[in-house]
Design a protein around this ligand. Structure first.
Ligand code: PMP
Length: 364
């Protein structure tokens, strides 16, 4: 706390990202990074961009990247917005579409990406959370109601559960009549969900938000994008251009465009992640763990023996980092990112054989 902070900054509760360890080597299963390297074409494109051109500002309109996205998703470049990670695109979207004076509260799930309430706080947007069902599914009826707009991830985080497109479109349709936006955060869509991006032509209030951090192995590059009707995209540009016109640098623009265009490479590595996820989920169930069915590159699990905080600490002591959220309903769960088969075997080994983790000492 500093006396120089203004009232707005004093009242914020900022997001706390997962640990990025600096001086100890961990098996890192805590921030949903991709365990496989980016496409060689991405590295090549970045190397090419790392030259004389850095003297000059990057293209503020991010044309090359937007054209690559438009081509891949079969939309128009005017229906694409690019930003410095999807977190930035989300922050701009909250500022652009939610919090009108005449509107009710923004709706999002009680268990979801913990940045949403932070953005709402930053922009002063009133919100109400809608509880997930007992089994952690999103109940779309809860979002077919008058409100100030809706946002949820599909698949949801940190549960990994996904929703069929038809359920999402029913919310889009309802909110379209209400004159409100629906944002679907598709950060994990490549690992098994059904994208709603192709439906933006039918729903002018629907915005899907995407990241290159997970499926494209580029968390370190910081690039994300949104797909939606031209009016929504122009709204995002208005916020960006009232903040920082050059949010993506030349290296990020070149690398991100190359990644978007190399679908075959990424299909290959992400298929491997899905196979590992299914194998690890089955093995954990055999050990008595509860495993929520996941369409993402992580699983959400509960030990039959150990409280979430205890298991998190025991794994950390043994060199494995996972994510624990000390929050109502999910305090006994851990979110475990899917790593290589080797990483996951080390994790399973500990869960199955380490007496302290497995809880055998307590039972005996
Ligand atoms: N949405 C969800 C649901 C996420 O889990 C994350 C990753 N923390 C993001 C968006 C942001 O990803 P990035 O800013 O790296 O694109």
């Amino acid at each position: 706390m500093s006396k120089y902070w203004n009232d707005r900054i004093r009242s914020l509760s900022p997001y706390v990202p997962g640990e990025q360890p600096q001086n100890r080597k961990f098996i890192k299963l805590n921030t949903n990074e991709n365990p496989y390297p980016p496409s060689p074409k991405v590295i090549e494109a970045i190397k090419k961009a790392a030259g004389d051109g850095l003297r000059l500002y990057p293209d503020p309109a991010c044309r090359e990247l937007r054209e690559a996205v438009a081509q891949t998703y079969q939309v128009k470049p005017e229906q694409v917005f690019a930003g410095n990670g999807s977190d930035e695109v989300l922050a701009f979207a909250f500022g652009a579409f939610f919090g009108s004076r005449d509107a009710g509260p923004l709706l999002f799930p009680d268990i979801t990406y913990s940045f949403y309430p932070v953005y709402a706080g930053l922009w002063g947007i009133p919100f109400r959370t809608v509880p997930l069902t007992e089994d952690f599914s999103i109940r779309t009826e809860g979002y077919r109601t008058s409100c100030g707009g809706v946002i949820f991830p599909n698949p949801n985080a940190p549960t990994g559960r996904s929703l069929p497109s038809k359920d999402i479109l029913s919310v889009a349709e309802y909110q379209e009549h209400e004159g409100r936006a629906l944002i679907v955060d598709e950060a994990y869509i490549a690992f098994g969900g059904e994208s709603a991006a192709s439906r933006i032509q039918d729903h002018p209030n629907l915005l899907t938000i995407h990241t290159l951090s997970k499926a494209a192995s580029l968390a370190g590059l910081r690039a994300g994008f949104a797909i939606g009707n031209e009016g929504l995209i122009q709204g995002l540009c208005r916020v960006r251009d009232s903040f920082n016109s050059y949010t993506l640098d030349r290296l990020a623009l070149a690398g991100a465009a190359a990644a978007v265009l190399d679908a075959p490479y990424y299909k290959g590595i992400n298929r491997k992640i899905i196979a590992t996820r299914e194998r690890v989920s089955a093995a954990l169930r055999c050990l008595g763990f509860e495993v929520i069915p996941s369409s993402a590159n992580f699983i959400f699990i509960r030990s039959p023996h150990r409280a979430g905080a205890e298991l998190f600490a025991a794994l950390r002591d043994r060199g494995i980092l996972v994510r624990h959220f000390n929050k109502p309903r999910i305090a006994d769960f851990l979110r475990v990112s899917i790593g290589t088969d080797e990483d996951m075997d080390a994790f399973l080994d500990l869960c199955g054989t380490d007496p302290e983790l497995h809880g055998l000492t307590r039972i005996l």
